[in-house]
Write a protein that binds this ligand. Structure first.
Ligand SMILES: *[C@@H]1O[C@H](CO)[C@@H](O)[C@H](O)[C@H]1NC(C)=O
Ligand SMILES: *[C@@H]1O[C@H](CO)[C@@H](O)[C@H](O)[C@H]1NC(C)=O
Length: 236
């Protein structure tokens, strides 16, 4: 009789577990996350960089299409400010981008409208949508001259209409074009490769591990990855 009861109990338990799995499954299938209903499912394409080496150049443009240092391509339509790349071990530098909606401030499609470069000792550099820029809060509008970033951090030149920031000590180049909302970041300091983080990945030569959140975990959802790099308090 005892074993009969056990049999009944275990049958009920099994049924319960199966029902639970079915419910969980259907919940998973029929309730897409809010992120995937409001934005397009991002198309990612893996393109291995040559010899597994970091290309050391990351690009973001348009609405916005991103290509990490390791050539992982994805689209991310946020509307806050996000860390593009920063020194993940120390605070030597951080580059963020302001994303804004093209038609409404907090709705996709979005674009990058400004780039901010900060770092320990570096005066804040802002590259704006009209291709003007500021260093330490001082606006440089329509200058054709090369402007030095004080204390020998480097200089900013305007090529065509595009401001190019050359942080010589950090071996970091940022080329901005507000007209096409395109930014290109060159990370020529090989010591930094693998030690940076943000939307442009870790520059370790492997495109498959680029979606790393600030807590170090790897995710496979581009929206989760992108949102994790939002600058706190920057959402409109
Ligand atoms: C730069 O100058 C132009 C022409 O005077 C002006 O329209 C524009 O608003 C200025 N840019 C900034 C960021 O102040
Ligand atoms: C940046 O500046 C350094 C030092 O002056 C120079 O060697 C390098 O070619 C510059 N890079 C670019 C892309 O202008």
């Amino acid at each position: 009789m005892f074993s009969e009861r056990m049999k009944a109990v275990s049958t009920y338990a099994l049924l319960f577990v199966m029902m639970y799995i079915c419910l969980a499954e259907s919940k998973h299938i029929w309730k897409p996350s809010p992120a995937s209903t409001t934005t397009q499912v991002p198309a990612t394409r893996h393109r291995r960089s040559s010899q597994g080496k970091a290309r050391a150049a990351a690009i973001g443009y348009g609405d916005p299409h991103m290509m990490t240092f390791d050539a992982q391509e994805y689209d991310f339509e946020g509307y806050c400010s996000y860390v593009l790349v920063k020194d993940c071990l120390q605070k030597s530098f951080k580059i963020t981008a302001d994303f804004r909606g093209q038609y409404a401030p907090n709705k996709p499609p979005t674009k990058m409208v400004a780039i901010t470069i900060t770092g320990e000792g570096i005066p804040e550099i802002r590259l704006l949508e009209d291709n003007t820029y500021s260093i330490g809060g001082q606006l440089h509008n329509n200058t054709r001259k090369t402007v030095n970033i004080h204390r020998d951090w480097g200089f900013i030149t305007v090529r065509g209409s595009r401001p190019t920031v050359n942080l010589t000590g950090l071996k970091l180049i940022v080329i901005w074009n507000g007209g096409t909302h395109r930014v290109r970041i060159n990370l020529d300091n090989t010591d930094m490769h693998g030690h940076v983080c943000g939307l442009m990945g870790n520059a370790d030569g492997n495109p498959d591990n680029d979606y790393i959140k600030p807590d170090g975990s790897i995710v496979y959802d581009v929206n989760e990855f992108g949102n994790s790099w939002a600058v706190p308090g920057s959402c409109p």
